[in-house]
Design a protein around this ligand. Structure first.
Ligand code: OAD
Length: 242
């Protein structure tokens, strides 16, 4: 075990208040594709055709087809060792926040209880007119677009490019970033705002910053410890040692 890993594990065990930010990389070893990078979804698909309000207005069938395709991938995936270790990290801690940009629901399936989903959830639909929300199961109704009880066409409950994040989730994320003494950023390219600013906000508020990612990101040079490697290998080690 490297010195950095041992040091990071020590910080975790000593910390009184931990905030974790995860991105698509934490689910990579569950077989859920990331967005950027060589095999990323945004290499093969154009976000402006699938993940904007304008795209939905133009072609709601295509947008729903894309989200159903992703639901099926996620429904066939299991939480990996990183999700499970993060659920374990939460247990027995009073002050622990898990903030995720992921829409796959794998943190909850791994047993995490308090999860702040900044970008929504793949398995929910929302009525853009009256705000009605319903749960979906994978590939549900095949091609039909869900409608609310008043008959309006519903949309995936996902934050699209150009849209604001849910206010309550942002407030919670901001508060837990400024008040923690240790911030872990795991598996995110840290390029999408406002999530990308949370690690730096925590650091500027006095927290130690640990990053887990096989690649360098804009956060790497700011991290107190940067652990290079897959989350499913590194995060369980952090717990074992802590
Ligand atoms: P990205 O696809 O931008 O970045 C994934 C990150 O995970 C990269 O930095 C990879 O190096 C890293 N990574 C890959 N495999 C990993 C592994 N096994 N263990 C740990 N890290 C690994 O995904 P996000 O940062 O989550 O928004 O992207 C942010 C947002 O952009 C997403 O929530 C999505 C997208 O557009 C919406 O859809 C609203």
């Amino acid at each position: 075990m490297s010195t950095d890993l041992r040091l990071a594990a020590g910080w975790i065990s000593q910390s009184r208040s931990i905030t974790v930010l995860t991105g698509a990389g934490v689910s990579a070893e569950s077989g859920v594709p990331t967005f950027r990078g060589e095999k990323g979804l945004w290499r093969r698909h154009r976000p402006e055709e699938l993940a904007t309000p304008e795209a939905f207005q133009r072609n709601p069938e295509l947008v729903w087809e894309w989200y159903r395709y992703r639901q099926v991938i996620v429904a066939g995936a299991d939480p990996n060792a990183a999700h499970i270790a993060l659920a374990e990290m939460e247990r027995g801690r009073d002050r622990f926040s898990l903030i995720t940009q992921n829409v796959d629901g794998l943190h909850r399936r791994a047993g995490s209880i308090e999860v702040v989903e900044l970008h929504g959830n793949l398995f929910r639909a929302r009525c853009p007119i009256d705000g009605y929300i319903c749960e979906l199961s994978a590939g549900e109704d095949d091609k039909a677009i869900p409608t609310c009880p008043d008959g309006h066409m519903m949309r995936p409950d996902i934050v699209w490019f150009g849209e604001s994040l849910p206010i309550e989730a942002v407030r919670h994320a901001h508060e837990s970033a400024v008040s923690c003494d240790l911030f872990l950023t795991i598996g995110t390219s840290a390029v999408v705002q406002p999530a990308a600013s949370l690690p730096l906000l925590a650091k500027h508020s006095g927290a130690r910053l640990i990053e887990v990612n096989p690649e360098e990101t804009p956060i790497t040079s700011q991290a107190d410890i940067s652990l290079s490697g897959p989350a499913a290998e590194i995060v369980p080690l952090l717990i074992e040692e802590a």
